[in-house]
Design a protein around this ligand. Structure first.
Ligand code: ATP
Ligand code: MG
Length: 645
């Protein structure tokens, strides 16, 4: 079993060594279904052939001495045989459909659980659209592969074998033509399947690529529109769609060249000739000849249907391969269920930590690493600020704490224990991250706040958390209050509102270690004070890594780490660093000169704008979006907020 970060209890184990084994292990999970299907198809086919032999017998009877009673008896036998055939078929199809639906459901479930258990590194490599294509379309191909694909193949086999047996019983010499036909049919089908195989594989792949393009364009629609790249994107999509279509045309071409149908036509003619010959030699009655031709004509169905059934099976196998690819791909981290589980008191130590994303960085050697030789200690309850220019590795550093990634060299210790020795679940449950780019689910605000609490939180608790995060007021102002559903990717909320929802989420989970990535947040000054208060409150009593460039927040820190190009350039208090660290002074020259100039983000905000926040946040947030830039814009935002209040 490969490593993973998440498991469900009593998970069913499938054989994942090859697509075929995997599919069989799925089917065999409910053995009664495939067995019922097989029994149903065999019985049905036997009854059908039996009815045919009765038709032949009736002909012979009519030609010899018409006897109404005997004919009626034969007719009734045929009726019952055909009714039995229908019932058996019903049962068989019912079981097949169940098998197919369960296969689809279970495979999708299995894939989803496996995706949840994959590491962040794995997910960074995947294109969302392609994963979606595999989870929806490829999984559905599995369903079609069983019903009608495999069952048609199965029916084909029985409706070949059973008529052949019936022919042998009738007169074994008559097997001649059907057997020659089969001898030619099998290699022809195999060739067909071999030709089809690469095309179906490419079809599945292209569908994934098409979907990935689409998903990217839709989720990046803002950028597409902002840069007026609609035509460009449409062109790219059309090209991908055309490649997909071309593969279908190619598939159609292979199907059109399907040889077995022609072979069957020839075989039927030959069989008729053979029967005629035997009849002329008085070795066959008319009735037997009729039965024989009836049986031979049964072979038409498997010949014809194999055109589709093999294609469906090929598609299913190609889909299975793509799904298994995802499921079986190695993931870097392990859930470590047997690891340490204990309440965290909050001591955090980085001990000679180096880290590089992916193989490329690591192959590039020490220079390719994104973090190099980081060591520092945060005592329980301390706030450690991290500053550094963009790309310095601030976010990267915080990702090593909850094992979003594992260190390449060195150790990260929580309460003196290597994070790799903690149970991943216990570790992550006690660490909250308020990320730089806050993601909200398309669910209600209340659900978003309660997200980390796994559905345990009451409405009162949710509201309490929102109050502490200074979010209650604006939430109450939304059309449905806490039940307002957030548009996808949080588009209906401003950056500052999202940040407060994230803070509320953190309040509710009550983590021992908190990571607050605030480095590029775009918040207008009017609401900033609220957020400052919310942050201040959430830090209290928790070990906090605070990424920020706001001088007011830096002041809360017990210690400041200065990162430069992935290395720890200096650490200490603000006053110490102002004296000691050239890098620190430079950063603050860069990030605070604008604030200082307008009095916007520096001390001015706390003194002067404390009370504008509550009244003006509605318009203020929209007015002040551009506030990331240097001072001037920030002021405009504030003015707007003040006017509207
Ligand atoms: N998922 C990733 N895969 C590969 N490289 C990454 C990944 N995330 C970040 N990097 C790289 O690691 C380096 C540090 O990035 P990081 O996000 O930690 O910077 P940061 O200090 O948080 O910057 P900012 O202030 O802009 O948020 C950058 O060079 C970046 O290109
Ligand atoms: Mg960052």
């Amino acid at each position: 079993m490969s490593q993973r970060e998440f498991t469900v209890a009593e998970e069913y184990r499938y054989d994942r060594r090859s697509p075929l084994r995997w599919i069989f292990s799925h089917i065999w999970r409910y053995p009664h279904l495939p067995l019922t299907a097989v029994a149903g198809f065999v019985t049905g086919s036997a009854l059908y052939s039996f009815a045919l032999t009765r038709v032949g017998a009736a002909f012979d009877l009519m030609l010899a001495r018409p006897d109404l009673g005997a004919l009626f008896a034969i007719a009734m036998t045929i009726v019952f045989a055909r009714i039995g055939h229908g019932m058996a078929g019903l049962l068989a199809w019912y079981a097949t459909e169940f098998t197919a639906q369960r296969l689809e459901r279970d495979a999708r479930d299995e894939l989803y659980v496996s995706l949840l258990g994959k590491s962040q590194t794995f997910h960074n490599r995947q294109k969302v659209g392609d994963v979606m294509a595999r989870a929806t379309n490829d999984v559905q191909q599995l369903n079609f592969m069983i019903s009608p694909g495999a069952s048609l193949i199965y029916i084909s086999v029985t409706s070949t074998v059973v008529p052949l047996a019936a022919i042998a019983l009738l007169r074994w010499q008559l097997l001649l033509v059907p057997l020659i036909f089969l001898a030619a049919f099998i290699p022809a089908v195999r060739r067909y399947s071999r030709e089809l195989n690469p095309i179906t594989g490419r079809l599945r792949f292209q569908f994934g690529a098409l979907n990935a393009d689409l998903a990217e364009a839709v989720s990046g629609i803002e950028v597409v529109k902002a840069y007026a790249q609609e035509a460009q994107e449409q062109g790219k999509f059309s090209a991908a769609a055309r490649r997909y279509r071309d593969l279908f045309v190619e598939q159609g071409r292979i199907q059109a060249r399907y040889l077995p149908l022609l072979l069957y036509g020839l075989a039927f003619g030959l069989a008729f000739g053979h029967a005629a010959l035997l009849f002329l030699n008085h070795e066959l009655t008319v009735g037997e000849a009729v039965t024989f031709l009836g049986l031979v004509s049964q072979l038409r169905f498997p010949t014809f249907i194999s055109l589709f059934s093999f294609m469906l099976v090929e598609m299913g196998l190609a889909g299975a391969e793509r799904i298994l690819d995802l499921i079986n791909s190695e993931t870097e981290l392990d859930e470590n269920t047997d690891g340490r589980r204990a309440p965290i008191s909050g001591e955090l130590v980085f001990d000679g930590v180096s880290f590089g994303y992916g193989e490329v960085a690591q192959a590039a050697g020490a220079r390719g690493l994104n973090l190099r030789g980081i060591s520092f200690t945060a005592r329980p309850g301390e706030t450690v600020a991290i500053v550094g220019q963009t790309g310095a590795g601030k976010t990267t550093l915080t990702r090593l704490v909850n094992r979003t990634y594992d260190t390449t060299v060195g150790r990260v210790l929580v309460d003196g224990v290597d994070v790799r020795e903690w149970s991943l679940d216990a570790l992550r449950a006690q660490i909250s991250t308020i990320e730089q780019d806050i993601f909200l689910f398309s669910r209600s605000i209340a659900d978003n706040i309660a997200f980390g609490a796994a559905g345990q939180a009451t409405r009162e608790q949710i509201e309490q958390a929102a109050r502490e995060a200074q979010a209650h007021d604006f939430i109450s102002g939304l059309p449905d209050g806490y039940d307002t559903v957030v548009g996808e990717r949080g588009v209906t909320l401003s950056g500052g509102q999202r940040q407060r929802i994230a803070i509320a989420r953190a309040f509710l989970t009550n983590p021992r270690i908190l990571i607050l990535d605030d480095s590029t947040s775009a918040i207008d000054s009017a609401t900033e004070d609220q957020i400052q208060r919310a942050m201040r409150r959430i830090l209290k009593g928790r070990t906090t890594l605070l990424i920020t460039h706001r001088i007011s927040q830096i002041r809360w820190a017990d210690r400041i780490l200065v990162l430069r190009g992935g290395e720890l350039a200096a650490q200490g208090t603000h006053d110490e660093l102002m004296v000691q660290s050239e890098a620190y002074r430079r950063i603050f020259a860069r990030y605070t000169s604008g604030d200082r100039g307008t009095g916007g983000h520096g001390d001015g905000e706390t003194r002067g704008r404390g009370d504008t926040g509550t009244g003006g946040h509605g318009a203020g947030e929209t007015g002040g979006r551009g506030d990331t830039g240097p001072g001037g814009q920030g002021d405009t935002g504030t003015v707007l907020a003040e006017q509207s209040s």
